[in-house]
Design a protein around this ligand. Structure first.
Ligand code: ADP
Ligand code: TZD
Ligand code: MG
Length: 572
């Protein structure tokens, strides 16, 4: 870590080592990135110092990996990129992390300030700090080696404290090479104390929430990915079970309690939203995914909301919150449990039975569809097979993206443990797939099953090489329906170009994995699919299963077709 020269016996350190030492001191031991000027040696040295340095084929995928590492571990995931174009490639993921409240730090090398600020055309010149600022929670630049310790400390605290989010850290090439006295350097490092302090809700706020809840006839709990992130699993389970209130998990909160829990209203979502009168939001926002807390999907019966969130500004974002509980989920949920006392009366049987009946009806209606053995497969047949695999392997992590592939998987595949379902998040972004799969495998050591639409997979498909290179236990299943939503659109002009939603028919994505030494399998029936995936999960070998799906079986935009604007001029 120190260098000594013949002329000068003073022990020295430099920007490279101060960055690495600062990260390690704060228990950050993994970097996701793409090498190049000026950060190539930083990656090499980080590896030499015992960090795990995972090189990707595109920064966006490294960034999505870092973002989801943050979600899984409650520590900021770090993405390291080169200047301008590498930085911009990473920026989508940084914005995504911020949008989803995942802690992440994008560290980018940059050009020299003197040249950038005079716009003299440096190598990969760009005013990166200014560009990053509106897209993340905080953005910092370090100019002096002696400030690296404090700069990285600020970045870590900004990422994980309060509402977590993305932080940009700008490190000009000159900084990385700066030299300073090793002892002074060691003293300048900062270990962040209590980076995400608990935030205890006020007693009045707790009492108010309990009062509102006591007045409820048809209460409902909604668990969001903030609740999954918080790692307050036991307290959340206690609150749900002690209260007897039906609960609805948002997509990435599935498995916080097992989806087959008797209080789960997952299969009775519409009824639960429409008929409830008091809704307890735990780490979920009333954004588009919950129709902004109003309108048709919430029905006509008046609602009162209790909302637990660490971000005070979230309250009243869309509708009035009758009982805001500002604080961290662990503290808020345990305060509610305490305040409920020992004689809490469960909601009426009429309400809980109405939900249970609806769940049973919907589950029974779905069951035969999941058993079908059609060739080519439809979504139900294929997912019926994969559903059983996750049931038998509840520790496996499920990554999921696409349109129909996303919506059907979310509703069909039950999750049994917390933080096992990772997906497109708040933006519904395509391209998270391989980055998330890689980070999930690296951070948890558990096997990963990535269920990918053929379009969705294409956004990060080149990372199958990365999966093979690090020999990760990832099985990718591509639901190949020849295109986006359906593979059957035609060009209305009769011209040679196919329709904009249609891909090459009969593509063999499995051959991409085989090209890098992984296992590639082409399957056409649910039985073949189950066999191939089970084999992959047993062997832990990188595998890609090309699952041929009937191109007719999807619908436009999956479940959110209603969000498409309609033209007044009728379609040709
Ligand atoms: P979903 O998409 O699952 O509905 P959102 O991403 O919309 O979830 O909401 C997550 C919410 O959780 C955010 O408003 C965020 O501020 C909040 N949050 C994240 N971590 C915590 C925590 N530890 N304590 C309290 N709230 C949290
Ligand atoms: N680009 C990005 C980054 N995110 C997006 N969400 C989209 C484009 C638009 N989009 C969707 O919302 S879903 C989707 C796109 C391109 C692909 C759907 O096709 P698929 O899934 O093959 O992945 P299905 O099963 O065919 O519906
Ligand atoms: Mg498709």
């Amino acid at each position: 870590m120190t260098t000594e020269t013949a002329q000068d016996t003073q022990a020295l350190t430099d920007g490279f080592h101060l960055i690495i030492d600062s990260l390690k001191l704060n228990d950050i031991n993994t970097i996701y990135g793409v090498p190049g000027i000026p950060i190539t040696d930083l990656g090499r040295m980080a590896q030499a110092e015992g960090m795990r340095v995972l090189s990707f084929r595109h920064e966006q995928n490294a960034g999505f990996a870092a973002a989801i590492a943050g979600f899984l571990t409650k520590k900021p995931g770090v993405c390291l990129t080169v200047s301008a174009p590498g930085f911009l490639n990473g920026l989508t993921a940084l914005a995504h992390a911020t949008t989803n409240c995942f802690p992440m730090i994008l560290i980018s090398g940059s050009s020299e300030r003197e040249i950038v600020d005079l716009q003299q055309g440096d190598y990969e010149e760009m005013d990166q700090l200014a560009i990053a600022k509106p897209l993340c929670k905080a953005a910092y630049r370090i100019l002096h080696a002696e400030d690296i310790g404090i700069g990285i400390a600020r970045a870590i605290r900004a990422a994980v404290s309060g509402r977590p989010g993305g932080v940009y850290l700008d490190i000009p090439a000159k900084l990385i090479g700066q030299v300073m006295d090793a002892e002074a350097g060691a003293k300048s490092l900062v270990k962040v104390i209590d980076p995400a302090p608990v935030q205890i809700p006020g007693p009045d706020a707790v009492a108010r929430a309990i009062n509102v809840l006591k007045g409820a006839k048809r209460p409902l709990i909604i668990l969001g990915k903030g609740a999954a992130y918080a790692q307050a699993d036991e307290d959340i389970r206690t609150l749900v079970e002690k209260s007897g209130i039906p609960y609805l998990p948002m997509s990435m909160a599935k498995g916080l309690l097992p989806d087959n829990h008797p209080q789960s209203a997952g299969a009775a979502r519409s009824l639960a939203l429409k008929e409830s009168d008091v809704v307890v939001m735990i780490g979920a926002r009333l954004n588009w995914l919950l129709s902004h807390g109003k309108g048709k999907s919430w029905g006509t019966s008046p609602k009162k909301f209790i909302q637990i969130d660490i971000e005070p500004k979230e309250m009243d974002s869309n509708v009035e919150i009758a009982a805001p509980l500002v604080g961290d989920i662990g503290s808020c949920v345990s305060a509610l449990i305490d305040a409920m006392g020992d004689n809490w009366s469960a909601p009426s049987k009429e309400w809980t039975d109405a939900i249970k009946d609806k769940v049973e009806t919907n589950v029974a209606r779905m069951a035969p569809k999941l058993m079908n053995n059609n060739v080519p497969m439809d979504y139900h047949g294929a997912l019926g097979a994969l559903r059983t695999i996750i049931k038998e392997r509840p520790d496996a992590i499920l990554v999921n993206e696409g349109a129909n592939t996303l919506d059907f998987t979310r509703s069909i595949i039950d999750m049994y443990k917390p933080r096992k379902r990772l997906d497109v998040g708040t933006w519904g972004v395509m391209g998270i797939g391989m980055g998330q799969a890689i980070a999930a495998a690296v951070e948890t050591g558990h096997p990963v099953l990535a269920i990918e639409g053929d379009s969705a997979f294409g956004f990060s498909g080149m990372e199958v090489e990365t999966i093979c290179r690090y020999n990760l236990p990832i099985c990718v299943v591509v639901f190949n329906n020849n295109g986006i939503y359906r593979g059957t659109d035609v060009n209305p002009t009769g011209g040679a170009d196919v329709a904009p939603t249609v891909f090459v028919k009969g593509s063999r994505y499995d051959q991409m994995m085989a090209a890098f030494g992984g296992v590639g399998v082409n399957v056409t029936s649910p039985d073949e699919l189950a066999r191939a995936v089970n084999e992959a999960m047993d062997s832990g070998k990188p595998t890609l299963v090309n699952a041929v799906i009937d191109p007719e079986s999807g619908t436009e935009s999956g479940r959110i077709g209603n969000l498409n604007p309609q033209s007044v001029v009728s379609k040709k």
